[in-house]
Each structure stands twice: as structure tokens, then as C-alpha cells.
Design a protein around this ligand. Structure first.
Ligand SMILES: [Zn+2]
Length: 483
């Protein structure tokens, strides 16, 4: 089997060869749990899921670790300035940072489940690994790759010779571009050094350290430490959105290799940005969406998943509602095809000379697999699938697909769905506008003590895979979901 991925580190498509023959180790940068995830995050997590699923479909076991950032990620992470995102949100909402992190971490898992994203092997939290991070800093200080100033510790990038290899932001290039204005620069040897530990007695989440009484870890350090702890000193694939390439991933490499002295990650894979109406998503421009915003307009998680995975990950995907509608039509074609196959009652394809089901299926299998093996060429894989569907539909309409033929096709589609995760969908597909209206009607009925109507709607929803739990006057929706 020949799988190739584009490696940001070497800027080439490379043959994929895991360190261990049968198990792939995969680290994916997780959410900063200060707000619900947005559409761009969802796209990145779905591409990571697609890659993982394809590796599993190809016979590998995949050990995936995804961190939960619950401290240290600053509002201006490009220049390491501003306030901790979780603390800022806590202040705004007048609750504790822990409450903010807990609510959003829970919401993150629910969002992933709704989008049929496979569970990672582990979701380590930054705040649970403070000791390991401090130990890591001690090693960097010992190796003279870090230095302490006024109770804070910084990484000295001039001491790490491979700095810039991933992003192209070498020290020379950074100096030429002067892109590193930094509010804390007076403390640092160079403006582009980054924080490993920040002395800050005002920070609401703080820990004692050998360098200061109250401080917190730098965001980049979390990923280095947790990835290494759970996946080892060398592992196969590291993923994250392209905005993480610099400074986040560049810093992660410097910290890791600065301690281990070995190449840390073999393949760096980065999905491109998601655009909305051809622009970067922003609240100010009114083109900022979370998955929930999309569902509240009547679209389903299944439709969103299909839309977000069906453009190649190294293409900037432009989200518009028109594009989503168009994608829904394609998805519906697949859903209808499966329904029709499940009810197929025609004569055998063998009766028709120009139709060889086995041959057509094996050609489809080859095209699908070769496409996905080639740097996850999803367009090629789906293209082959749609051509096949059109061809079989024609024969089905003429009554030449028997239940036995249909079964063969369905078995193959189920295998492909291990990769796609959209064809045989259970539960969440029904969370449409119609469902939301039913839930609302039931809430109204409960307010009027109309228990008969309320129970009737509850049963109706249950039949659709939606379980309701009443918590006081509020209704919690539990979507039954099986992967
Ligand atoms: Zn990370």
C-alpha cells in the first residue's frame, strides 16, 4: 500500500511510513476551550478525522492524542500579547476560568460527536500537566536553550539551529521582516524568543514554580510536553490548522528537539483556512459562524460534515450557504442511492450483458483507494463514487439490480463509510429545523401543563433518535449516536 502525504516540514509529498509497522501515532492540536468551536475549527478537526479514518481503513491502528488548552493561550498569540483567552472570557462572563473551560470542553466533545468525529485515544488538559511542563523547562535551561528574566523563562531561539525549518521563519527572515513586535520584548534577549513560563501574579490561574511564586505556562509548551508524554519522543504525524504553523508548531519543534536532540515528528500536515464569502471569518464582518449557527438555519450535522470534508484539505474552502445547498444535493443523491439499494428488487445484473457488478465495484474500489492514498484526494474518491452511482442508478431504473447485487454494493459502501463517515448515519441527521420546532412545541405544552401533548412529542422524537431530558424548566437534548 502506497500512501503519500504532503509534509509541510519537507515541502514535498512523501511516502508515508510509520515508525511502528502497525500503529500510527498522531497528535492533533486541540481546542482552546474559551468559546464554542467555530466553523474553521470544525473543518480542521474533520480533516484530521478523515485522515485518521483513512489510515484505519488502510489497516493501521491509530493512536490519536488531542490536547485541551485550558490555560496560556493569549488573545494575540501571534505576538504573544494580550490576555489569556480563558481568563478574558471568564472576566466578561463574571465566572471563574475553570467554569469557562469546563463548559466549553464539554461542548467541544458534544460538537465532535454530532459531527461523527472519532474519539481520540486521549484528550489531555494543559492544567493537568503543569509539573511535566516545569520539568521540561528545567531541561531546556540545563541545555542552555532557555533563560530566566524576572521570574519568567523564555526560549532562546538563536540557540536552536533548526529554527524556521517548518515555517520558513528563520531568524534571518524574522529580522528582515520585523514581524515580532512584542509587548514583553524588554524582558527578552531577542524580540522573537517565546515564553515558556510567565511570571504573572495577577493571572487567575497560577502555579508556584522555581522561577516565581505565581505564574503560568506558555501555550506552545503544552503541546510539546503532552504529545511527548503520550506518544513518545518521536512520533508519526502532527496536525493542526495552517495558522498554527508559525509560531506555534515552530516553537513546539524547538522545545521538543531542544530536549531530545532527535527529530520529533516525521510528517507535519496542515489543512488550509476556511473562508466565508471569500473572506476570513470575523465577527466584525458578520461572516462568523459556529456549527450551531448553521444548524439553527435548518442544516444538519451530517450535511455540514459532508460539506467540510469534500474539498481537498490543501485547498482554501470557501463557505457560502449556496455552496452548502449544492453540497446537500450531492449528499442527498448518495442517501437516495442507499435507500434505493436497500429496496432493490430487480432482476440480476448478470442478465444484462454490459453490466458487471463485481468489475464495476473493483474499479471503483481502486479509484477510491488510489485517490485517498494520494494525499487524501477526496475529490477524486468522491468523483469515482458519483460516476458509479450514476451508472448503477441507470440500471436500477431499468430493473436490473437484484437484492443480491444491491447487497454487494452496500457492503462496499459501508467500507467506504469507514473513511467518509456520512453514508450510514445514525441519529444526529434528524436535528433539523423541524426537530427544533418540535422541541419548542413540547416546551410550550409543558408550560401549559399539557402533558399529553408533551409526551406525544417526546415519543415522536424518540422514534427519530432524539432523547429529551428535562432539567427543571429547561430541556436538554441528547442525540443517540452510534459510530
Ligand atoms: Zn498545539
Amino acid at each position: 500500500m502506497v500512501i503519500r502525504f504532503y509534509n509541510t516540514y519537507t515541502k514535498k509529498k512523501e511516502l508515508f511510513k510509520p515508525i511502528n509497522k502497525n500503529e500510527v501515532t498522531l497528535y492533533t492540536c486541540g481546542p482552546t476551550v474559551y468559546k464554542p468551536i467555530h466553523l474553521g475549527n470544525a473543518r480542521t478537526f474533520l480533516i484530521e478525522d478523515l485522515l485518521r479514518r483513512h489510515l484505519e481503513f488502510s489497516g493501521f491502528k491509530v493512536k490519536q492524542v488531542m490536547n485541551i488548552t485550558d490555560v496560556g493561550h493569549l488573545t494575540r498569540d501571534d505576538i504573544e500579547a494580550g490576555e489569556d483567552k480563558i481568563q478574558a472570557e471568564a472576566r466578561r462572563k463574571k465566572v471563574t476560568p475553570k467554569q469557562i473551560a469546563e463548559v466549553n470542553e464539554k461542548d467541544f466533545y458534544a460538537q465532535m460527536k454530532q459531527l461523527n468525529v472519532l474519539k481520540a485515544y486521549k484528550y489531555p488538559r494543559a492544567t493537568d500537566h503543569i509539573k511535566e511542563m516545569q520539568d521540561w523547562i528545567k531541561k531546556l535551561l540545563k541545555n542552555k536553550l532557555a533563560y530566566e528574566v524576572n521570574g519568567s523563562v523564555y526560549f532562546d531561539i538563536s540557540r536552536f539551529k533548526n529554527y524556521g525549518k517548518l515555517s520558513g521563519n528563520t531568524i534571518a527572515n524574522l529580522k528582515a521582516g520585523k514581524s515580532g513586535r512584542n509587548l514583553r520584548s524588554e524582558d527578552k534577549k531577542h524580540f522573537y524568543d517565546f515564553a515558556l513560563w510567565v511570571n504573572d501574579s495577577e493571572h487567575l490561574m497560577n502555579w508556584k514554580s522555581p522561577w516565581c511564586a505565581k505564574g503560568y505556562p506558555g501555550w506552545h509548551l503544552e503541546c510539546t510536553v503532552m504529545a511527548t508524554k503520550y506518544l513518545g519522543k518521536q512520533f508519526d504525524i502532527h496536525m493542526g490548522g495552517e495558522d498554527n504553523i508559525f509560531p506555534h508548531h515552530e516553537a513546539e519543534i524547538a522545545q521538543a528537539e531542544g530536549v531530545t536532540g532527535k527529530r520529533w515528528v516525521n510528517y507535519w500536515i496542515h489543512p488550509r483556512h476556511l473562508m466565508v464569502d471569500k473572506k476570513k471569518m470575523s465577527k466584525r464582518d458578520g461572516n462568523f459562524y459556529t456549527p450551531e449557527d448553521i444548524y439553527s438555519r435548518g442544516f444538519t450535522p451530517r450535511q455540514l460534515r459532508f460539506f467540510l470534508i469534500s474539498t481537498h484539505y490543501r485547498t482554501k474552502l470557501n463557505f457560502t450557504f449556496e455552496a452548502l445547498e449544492a453540497s446537500n444535493k450531492s449528499l442527498q443523491k448518495l442517501i437516495t442511492f442507499i435507500d434505493d439499494l436497500q429496496n432493490a428488487s430487480g432482476r440480476s445484473a448478470k442478465d444484462r450483458k454490459n453490466l458487471d457488478i463485481d468489475g464495476a465495484l473493483s474499479a471503483l474500489r481502486v479509484k477510491f483507494i488510489v485517490s485517498m492514498n494520494g494525499d487524501l484526494n477526496i475529490s477524486g474518491a468522491l468523483g469515482a463514487l458519483f460516476t458509479f452511482v450514476t451508472r448503477i442508478n441507470k440500471h436500477m431504473r431499468s430493473g436490473y439490480i437484484s437484492p443480491a447485487d444491491a447487497k454487494k454494493i452496500l457492503i462496499q459502501l459501508k467500507k467506504f463509510d469507514k473513511v467518509l463517515g456520512v453514508l450510514f448515519w445514525k441519529g444526529t441527521d434528524k436535528l433539523s429545523l423541524e426537530i427544533k420546532q418540535l422541541i419548542k412545541q413540547r416546551e410550550d405544552a409543558r408550560k401549559k401543563d399539557d402533558w399529553a401533548t408533551s409526551d406525544k412529542i417526546r415519543d415522536e422524537l424518540r422514534g427519530m433518535g432524539i432523547e429529551l431530558q428535562d432539567v427543571g424548566a429547561k430541556t436538554k437534548v441528547v442525540v443517540k449516536f452510534n459510530v
